[in-house]
Design a protein around this ligand. Structure first.
Ligand SMILES: Nc1cc(-c2ccc3cc[nH]c3c2)n[nH]1
Length: 244
């Protein structure tokens, strides 16, 4: 997969040189290119913003630099443009899985009050464009959202996660754990600050461990994400949970 990121703060993406994504880039598994939008300005001040038509606070990102940047970066190849915005469609795990199947993604990071709306409309003449929100809170720009989405997407690519890291992904896919949040996890020592690891986890009884983990995940989901419990199919709850 090739990912292009266009931003006025390219240094924001230094974290993509680290850890699993950094390793995937170094191995050639993943091709991530970060571009400074100001490379496509032609004035002395490298201007990327101007006042909003119709008045109102703040500034809007000018369309010209974006148009030239997208023309050059995409260069006619099949690519999907992702524009983080508070007004976008919610980004979910299903979107990460869908986008992990794409050959090329381009992330356009807005700042100020956003990007002139004609940029998305013009790009949509040549490629799929998705306006996406990572949550109902307002950031100062699209960079953090892009980091979040790039991590959520690229960790799903074959070979990016090592064997030890993939366990978390599997626990959500296996044995009736769909739609549940992760329950508690423990490692050595067995006693720490007067807290003991739940004995069932030391029992060697894998059936009992699986049942305990599912019960803990159900409880944590019901406590922290009641919205998910409602969506859970009846058969996912055992008789005891139905009586609660
Ligand atoms: N989910 C979410 C996205 C954003 C976002 C995205 C782009 C820009 C550009 C200027 N402010 C922005 C905020 N906030 N929250």
């Amino acid at each position: 997969m090739r990912i292009d990121i266009i931003s006025i703060f390219p240094d924001y993406f230094a974290p993509l040189d680290l850890s699993l994504i950094g390793r995937a880039r170094a191995s050639g598994l993943l091709d991530v290119r970060v571009h400074d939008l100001r490379s496509w300005t032609h004035d002395r001040h490298n201007t990327v913003d101007d006042t909003p038509y119709g008045g109102g606070p703040g500034m809007v990102m000018k369309p010209e630099p974006w148009g030239e940047a997208l023309d050059e970066v995409v260069a006619g190849a099949p690519a999907r443009l992702i524009l983080p915005t508070p007004s976008g469609r919610p980004f979910r795990q299903a979107d990460a899985e869908r986008l992990a199947g794409e050959e090329r993604l381009v992330f356009g990071c807005g700042r100020y009050e956003g990007i002139d709306s004609r940029v998305a409309a013009d790009a949509a003449l040549r490629m799929p464009v998705e306006e996406v929100s990572i949550g109902d809170y307002v950031l100062n720009g699209g960079e953090s959202a892009t980091l979040v989405m790039v991590e959520a997407i690229t960790r799903l690519l074959p070979g990016v996660l090592g064997n030890t890291e993939s366990a978390v992904q599997d626990s959500f896919a296996s044995g009736g754990m769909e739609n549940l949040v992760e329950g508690p996890v423990y490692t050595k020592p067995v006693m720490w600050r007067d807290q003991e690891v739940p004995p069932v986890l030391l029992s060697g009884n894998h059936g009992a461990v699986d049942r305990w983990r599912r019960d803990q995940a159900l409880r944590k989901t019901a406590r922290n994400r009641p919205d998910l419990v409602g969506a859970m199919p009846e058969e996912a709850l055992d008789r005891r949970d139905r009586e609660v």
